[in-house]
Design a protein. Structure first.
Ligand SMILES: [Zn+2]
Length: 104
């Protein structure tokens, strides 16, 4: 029997695809006006739902990014200021877990 911890956690509608389970990806320089492809949503793995914990990380990441942009700092500048790697800041802003927790 396979047990996954996410199974028991409350799920919420995926904010990336609004529960539609797919993302429409532009395949030409015309953007969404040109040819598009529908791919399974990368945020929710095509399930349309994510855990509350993941949603909180996504919302926190959006807040961190908005705050950084408002302050006029680049990813590199902000990462240096926080004492983390630029890649870690990008992960944080995208709602991905950071090894060792959040410095904020
Ligand atoms: Zn999704």
């Amino acid at each position: 029997m396979t047990v996954t911890y996410t199974e028991s956690q409350p799920k919420v509608t995926c904010p990336s695809c609004q529960g539609r389970r797919v993302q429409v990806i532009a395949t030409s320089p015309l953007g969404l006006l040109g040819p598009t492809r529908r791919l399974p949503c990368v945020t929710c793995d095509g399930t349309g739902k994510i855990t509350m914990e993941f949603l909180q990380r996504i919302l926190h990441g959006r807040y961190v990014r908005a705050h950084r942009i408002k302050a006029g700092r680049s990813v590199e500048d902000e990462a240096l200021r926080l004492g983390i790697k630029p890649r870690e800041l990008t992960d944080l802003e995208n709602g991905l877990p950071i090894e060792g927790g959040l410095p904020l």
